[in-house]
Design a protein around this ligand. Structure first.
Ligand SMILES: [Zn+2]
Length: 209
């Protein structure tokens, strides 16, 4: 695959994971995810062999150790690297995941169905990945609420498992100024109409007996 396809795929996977986990996406994390996604091919360009050492899954361990010092960059490195070898598994040359223990490439699907580098098929994959990336970015902006996707999709893309009641308590900054001079013993009920509108009902308490 071309470098731009790898970068787009790495950014999509990285941003998606960070978004789902509710973690902060910083420019530094985006940079490392994009940069590491082209490193396997750069390494092999230097050593003069393609689909060998740079595409070994064993790189995941040292890259993962970075997470002990900086979680965000560690995740970016691991995700960016794995995205590269995963995408190359869909390429005609496949990825030698277990190199040097096993030098044959691992590929998805039948070889004839895999994507050849630089072809129209790769450009189609690139457009598809960019479409997914734009969709995720859309969900991270206020435009998501304006369009109404949140209501259409419910809590499918909820960023955490916080119960709805608690979420409303956290989101809303409500000032209530109530006067009910004309009588005592009122019932006050607050109904949530939707995410931004509330209805306050004041009714007389029923007298028992
Ligand atoms: Zn590669």
């Amino acid at each position: 695959m071309r470098y731009y396809t790898h970068i787009a795929f790495a950014l999509f996977i990285y941003i998606l994971i960070m978004f789902i986990q509710g973690m902060t996406i910083s420019p530094l994390g985006v940079f490392f995810a994009g940069w590491i996604s082209v490193l396997p091919d750069i390494i092999e360009r230097f050593i003069g062999e393609h689909r060998t050492l740079g595409h070994s899954i064993f790189w995941t361990a040292p890259l993962g150790l970075v997470a002990l010092f900086n979680l965000e960059i560690g995740i970016a490195l691991v995700v960016g690297f794995l995205s590269h070898i995963l995408l190359d598994c869909c390429n005609t040359h496949a990825s030698p995941l277990l190199y040097p223990l096993h030098k044959d490439g691992f590929g998805c699907f039948n070889k004839s169905r895999r994507i050849r580098t630089g072809t129209i098929a790769e450009k189609g994959v690139l457009i598809f990945i960019i479409s997914l990336l734009i969709t995720v970015l859309l969900f991270m902006t206020p435009l998501y609420h304006i369009i109404g996707f949140d209501q259409m999709l419910g809590d499918v893309f909820a960023r955490n498992n916080t119960p709805p009641e608690t979420t409303h308590h956290l989101k809303c900054d409500v000032n209530l100024n109530l006067r009910a001079d004309d009588a005592k013993n009122k019932n006050i009920t607050v109904d949530i109409i939707n995410e931004t509108r509330y209805q306050v009902l004041i009714t007389d308490m029923e007298v028992e007996g």
